[in-house]
Structure formats: structure tokens, C-alpha cells
Design a protein. Structure first.
Ligand code: NDP
Length: 482
């Protein structure tokens, strides 16, 4: 049967790629979501040229015009949240309500940055020298390369593209090869509803080894924003630094959730289940290390097992599903490998970790809770990126804090406690970019800064008004009367 190919957007035109690939539904491997172009290095260069050529045209759009464009994009995303959320759920495997929520978030992000484009204020600094005026202003960086992962196929692109455009940059966007559907739909809306000048926004779908690589190494791309794995991030960071381009990296996490004896048990269990297993555990902010004080430990484990047994793991789009399938066969294999490894290292599979059969063939895995682990095991050092949580038993708060901070990562951290003293101390001393008290480590607001420390992030924060640090270049001007 003939299928329409979803094309790349280069210089305002939809163009076929040198090849195309099927986008497969992980809930039902016989379901082809669509056929999507796969670009190469040559197409990426064309997109970069188009973005470079569009710079002066985009630069003369007033802040109000840019705000209106972003607002129209946000309005359409919100109006089509059900339809696009369903597409997201079908291609990525998170549940339909999670998919719809993600599209709403993307719409809200565009509306937030519509307002931000009107708020790009400069500063006048009191002069040191008599009669010399000191002005600080912000300018667009130029052509921005945006490279995104598969786990949030519309929200992550939105939180990079919206500020890039709001502050006057032109964009070449390369989405994850695994899930091009939501990215293509977003690009189509940006192009049509945004009515941007040709080349201000370009989409090149295709493999990271070609499209991503070309984007990272192109002289004209002045800034690269990346979210994905630590290994790829490190390589991209080096390449950008070598050629003097600005780079922002959002990478992995090994996020701790501390549960103290004085925690409210129901709250702690809800926070752990939500943070560890929802969105199939495929979140960089997911709670993968549950650090539990010995007094509450037996009650917490028993309650976790009970709640986990009631979770419904099924087709992502089926009403009532709590947890959809794993997104891909590679991720499925990685999850199973880590569960096996944890067992070999001495961990006990207290619940889940089983491959499940459902009405359709898909990557179904029951969330795994692994007990009897310590913080030196690989299961507690490396990012799994699946519905897998390991438990580390600790004596007291001080040990919990030490274990929580003993990691190469530092994205998000959490604590469940009713003690103001411990909550306050944890907020101060946790070595993470985002700290949660009695709320899940995953799940953040779109208008607040997002990012981590150590191996989790590099460069300026994303989201909220902090996004301007990455997407603008600061200029300081000194003027004296001539
Ligand atoms: P990657 O880091 O490989 O991919 C992220 C993005 O970078 C994708 O768009 C990818 O393209 C692109 N990319 C890959 N190689 C290059 C390159 N050489 N130059 C430029 N861009 C490149 O992550 P994966 O999607 O392959 O996932 C692998 C693992 O990464 C997961 O199992 C998980 O552990 C972790 N991960 C972490 C995320 C986080 O938010 N912390 C998000 C996603 C993954 P393409 O899709 O074509 O490969």
C-alpha cells in the first residue's frame, strides 16, 4: 500500500530525504504509525544554509510579531492536544493521558515564550568614567542546532525551539530518529500556524550519526542544544568547544529519592511509584535509587509491592493503562540487561521485572523493584532509563544524604519526610539541580529553570526566563558624547 512520506522542512519547502523509515508503535509492533524522511549530511547543510540566509529576515520581525507567531503555535497545540497526544502515545508508548499532558505542556511553553520575546530587557549600568554610558543588551546567537531524544518527543523540542525563536535565532531541528511523528507534527504547526519566514525554522529528520553530526560540526551553527545520553552529550560538547560554539547539554540522571522514617507512608509510596515507573521510567528525572531508612523499610517495601501489583501495564492508548510499553527493542534489551545484572550483583528482584504478553506484540515489561542493593553496584551507578528502581537501606538521615550525593550525576533529587529540619537541610545540601520535597523527582513546571549538576548537565539552564542565557549573546556598549 502506498504511504505518504512525511518530509523534511528546509528553507520553507517540504523535501523528500534520500531515504525514509517506518515509525513503529511499541504497543503493537504490527502497527506502522507512518513513513518519515531520513535526511543526511547534505540535507543538513542545506538546512543550515537556509537558516543562515533567513537570519536578517527574521531579525527584522518585531518582538510583537514574534510573540504573535509563537502564540498562534501554542494555541494550535492546545486545540489539538487530544489528537497529538494520541499520536505521541502511539509512537513513543507513554499512556494517552501522559501524551496529551505533554502536548498541553508544549502548547503552554510556546505561549510562555511568546510573552518572553516581549520581555528581553537590557540594562544601563552606572558608569565608572564620567560621561561614558554603559549599556548591556542581548542579541540572538544566530543559527541554533537543536538535537532531542525520544522520551519527550514534543515537550523537549518545544522547550528548545520556542526560546530559540522568541529571542530571534533561526533553527535547524533534528528530532530522535525513533519518534519523528510528534516532531514532524510540531514542525508542521510551527511552519503553517507560525507563518515564519522561509528558513527561520528547519526540520531535518534522520540519524544522529549523520544529521546530528553535521549539525554539531557546522561552522555556521553558533549554538547547539542537546538532550540525550551522557556519552553522546560528551562527544557533542567536545566538538562544540573545539570549534568555539556555545553548547548546552542535558544528559542522564541517577536520581535519589530519600524516604525517612518520619515520612507519611502513602505519600512516600505514591511519590516513589510515580517518580520511578510512570512514563515507563523513561525520564531523565526518574527516581532510580530509593534510599530508605531502616525504621520504615519493611512497611515501605510491603506497600510498594502491593501498589505495584495493582498497576496495569498494557497498550499505551488503552483506557485504564497505567504504564505503557518500553519505547524500543534497544531500550527493552537495556532494561532486561540491568535487571539481570542487578540480580548477579546480589540484588533481589522484590517485584516485577518480567516480560509480559499482551493482546498485541509489544515491549511490555512489569516495573521492577530491586532490594538488597548498595550504592557501589552498577545498578546504582549507571542510568537504566526504564521502569527499574533499586532500594538502598540506610541507618539515618546523614547516611541517606551521603548516599544520595554519592553519584556522578546531579539532575533531580527528592526526600519524603515530615521533618522541617531534614527537608530544609536536604534542600540546602543535595548536590542536584532540582530538589523535591514530598513530590516526585520527575515532573517540573514549564516556567521554572530546568537542569542539573555534575555529569547531568553542562551549560546554561533550560526553560523559564533562564533560557535566555543560552539563546542570547550579551553585548556591553560604552558610549561617550563625540
Ligand atoms: P542518544 O544520546 O544517542 O540520542 C539523543 C539524540 O542525539 C538523538 O536525536 C540522536 O539521534 C542524537 N545523536 C546520536 N548520536 C549523535 C551524534 N554523534 N551527533 C549528534 N547527535 C547525535 O540517546 P538514545 O536516544 O540513543 O538513547 C540511549 C540512552 O540514552 C538511553 O537508553 C538512555 O539511557 C539515555 N537517554 C537519556 C535521556 C535523558 O533525557 N537523560 C534521553 C534519551 C536517552 P538518533 O535518534 O538518530 O540516534
Amino acid at each position: 500500500m502506498h504511504q505518504t512520506i512525511h518530509k523534511n522542512l528546509i528553507g520553507g519547502e517540504w523535501v523528500e530525504g534520500p531515504s525514509a523509515a517506518e515509525n513503529i508503535n511499541p504497543s503493537d509492533l504490527s502497527d506502522v504509525v507512518g513513513l518519515y524522511a531520513r535526511g543526511d549530511a547534505c540535507q543538513t547543510e542545506q538546512a543550515i544554509e537556509a537558516a543562515q540566509a533567513a537570519r536578517p529576515v527574521w531579525a527584522v520581525w518585531t518582538a510583537e510579531h514574534r510573540a504573535d507567531a509563537l502564540d498562534r503555535i501554542g494555541t494550535e497545540l492546545l486545540a489539538r492536544a487530544e489528537e497529538l497526544g494520541d499520536l505521541l502515545s502511539r509512537e513513543e508508548g507513554k499512556t494517552r493521558p501522559e501524551g496529551i499532558g505533554e502536548v498541553i505542556r508544549a502548547g503552554r511553553i510556546f505561549k510562555f515564550f511568546a510573552g518572553e520575546s516581549l520581555r528581553l530587557n537590557g540594562e544601563l549600568i552606572p558608569p565608572i568614567r564620567q560621561g561614558v554610558e554603559v549599556e548591556v543588551s542581548r542579541e540572538p546567537e544566530g543559527v541554533v542546532g537543536i538535537i532531542t531524544p525520544w522520551n519527550f518527543p514534543i515537550a523537549i523540542p518545544a522547550w528548545k525551539i520556542a526560546p530559540a525563536l522568541a529571542y530571534g535565532n533561526t533553527v535547524v531541528f533534528k528530532p530522535a530518529d525513533l519518534v519523528p511523528g510528534s516532531a514532524w507534527a510540531l514542525a508542521e504547526i510551527i511552519h503553517r500556524a507560525g507563518q515564519l519566514p522561509a528558513g527561520a525554522f528547519n526540520l531535518v529528520m534522520g540519524p544522529g550519526s549523520q544529521v546530528g553530526h553535521s549539525l554539531v560540526n557546522a561552522r555556521q551553527v553558533r549554538a547547539v542544544s542537546f538532550t540525550g545520553s551522557a556519552d553522546t552529550g560528551a562527544r557533542i560538547g567536545l566538538s562544540c568547544m573545539q570549534r568555539g560554539a556555545k553548547v548546552q547539554l542535558e544528559m542522564g540522571g541517577k536520581n535519589p529519592l530519600v524516604i525517612l522514617d518520619d515520612a507519611h507512608l502513602d505519600t512516600a509510596v505514591s511519590v516513589a511509584i510515580q517518580g520511578s515507573f510512570y512514563s515507563t521510567g523513561q525520564r531523565c528525572t526518574g527516581s532510580s535509587r530509593l534510599i530508605v531508612q531502616s525504621g520504615i523499610y519493611p512497611r515501605f517495601i510491603a506497600a510498594m509491592k502491593e501498589r505495584m501489583a495493582a498497576l496495569r501495564i498494557d497498550d499505551a492508548r488503552q483506557p485504564g493503562t497505567d504504564i505503557g510499553p518500553v519505547a524500543s527493542s534497544a531500550q527493552f534489551e537495556q532494561d532486561l540487561m540491568y535487571i539481570h545484572l542487578a540480580y548477579e550483583e546480589g540484588g533481589q528482584i522484590a517485584a516485577g521485572g518480567e516480560v509480559l504478553q499482551r493482546a498485541t506484540r509489544g515491549f511490555y515489561l512489569s516495573p521492577a523493584l530491586i532490594t538488597e542493593t548498595d550504592n557501589t553496584m552498577r545498578i546504582n551507578r549507571e542510568e537504566v532509563f526504564g521502569p527499574v528502581a533499586s532500594v538502598i537501606r540506610v541507618r539515618d538521615y546523614d547516611e541517606a544524604l551521603h548516599v544520595a550525593n554519592d553519584t556522578a550525576f546531579g539532575l533531580s533529587s527528592g526526600i519524603c519526610t515530615t521533618s522541617l529540619r531534614h527537608a530544609t537541610d536536604f534542600k540546602r545540601r543535595s548536590a542536584a539541580g532540582m530538589v523535591m520535597v514530598n513530590v516526585p523527582t520527575a515532573g517540573v513546571d514549564y516556567h521554572a529553570p530546568f537542569g542539573g549538576r555534575k555529569g547531568s548537565s553542562h551549560g546554561a539552564r533550560e526553560q523559564g526566563s533562564y533560557a535566555r542565557e543560552f539563546y542570547t549573546a550579551v553585548k556591553t556598549c560604552y558610549t561617550a558624547a563625540g
